[in-house]
Each structure stands twice: as C-alpha cells, then as structure tokens.
Design a protein around this ligand. Structure first.
Ligand SMILES: [Zn+2]
Length: 97
C-alpha cells in the first residue's frame, strides 16, 4: 500500500521512513446514497487517515496535495516560487532590481 513513492513516474520502493517525506491526509468519505434517504445515526461520514510517501529525491521537488474532487495531486514545489526552467530568469531579475 505505502510501499512505493507516490510519484508514479518514480515509484521508488520505500525502505525507510527516515528517507523522503511522509504525507498524512484525512479523507472524509460520504456515501452517495445518504443524500437520497436520511442516513441512520451510525452512518456518519467516515474519517479515514491515508498516508503517502515521497522518496527523498521527489520530496525535494514535489509536494503532495489531496483534492476532494480530483484525488491525489503531485505539485511541483518550485511552482510556488520559480520554476526550475525560469530560475535563471528569476535570479537575473533580482540582480537587475
Ligand atoms: Zn520518488
């Protein structure tokens, strides 16, 4: 289950949690049938904790986001700042200013 890197194009095998980065998400699953009929008291939305692991190499450049609609998403860390391809531009911009 949690045996490989969450990056599908990497899929590196997990050997130790000391390597890479472990992500924990809480997933609330609601039965679709519950919207049609009043849910019995014991059918509360289930809260599940899921774990994903990124190997050290992937964790350096990616982070994981779990979106309720789309599921697990691999997000490039550099997107939050400068993309790797644009990093030279970014630094030159800094020098110009
Ligand atoms: Zn990886």
């Amino acid at each position: 289950m949690l045996a490989n890197c969450a990056n599908e194009s990497c899929n590196r095998q997990l050997h130790s949690f000391t390597e890479g980065r472990l992500f924990q998400f809480e997933v609330v699953s609601i039965s679709l049938a519950a919207s049609e009929t009043p849910a019995p008291f014991d059918e509360k939305p289930k809260r599940e904790t899921v774990h994903f692991w990124l190997c050290g190499r992937c964790a350096a450049s990616f982070t994981l986001v779990l979106e309720p609609a789309r599921g697990l998403k691999l997000v490039s860390v550099s997107d939050e700042n400068c993309r790797p391809a644009e990093s030279s531009e970014c630094s030159s911009n800094l020098m110009q200013s």
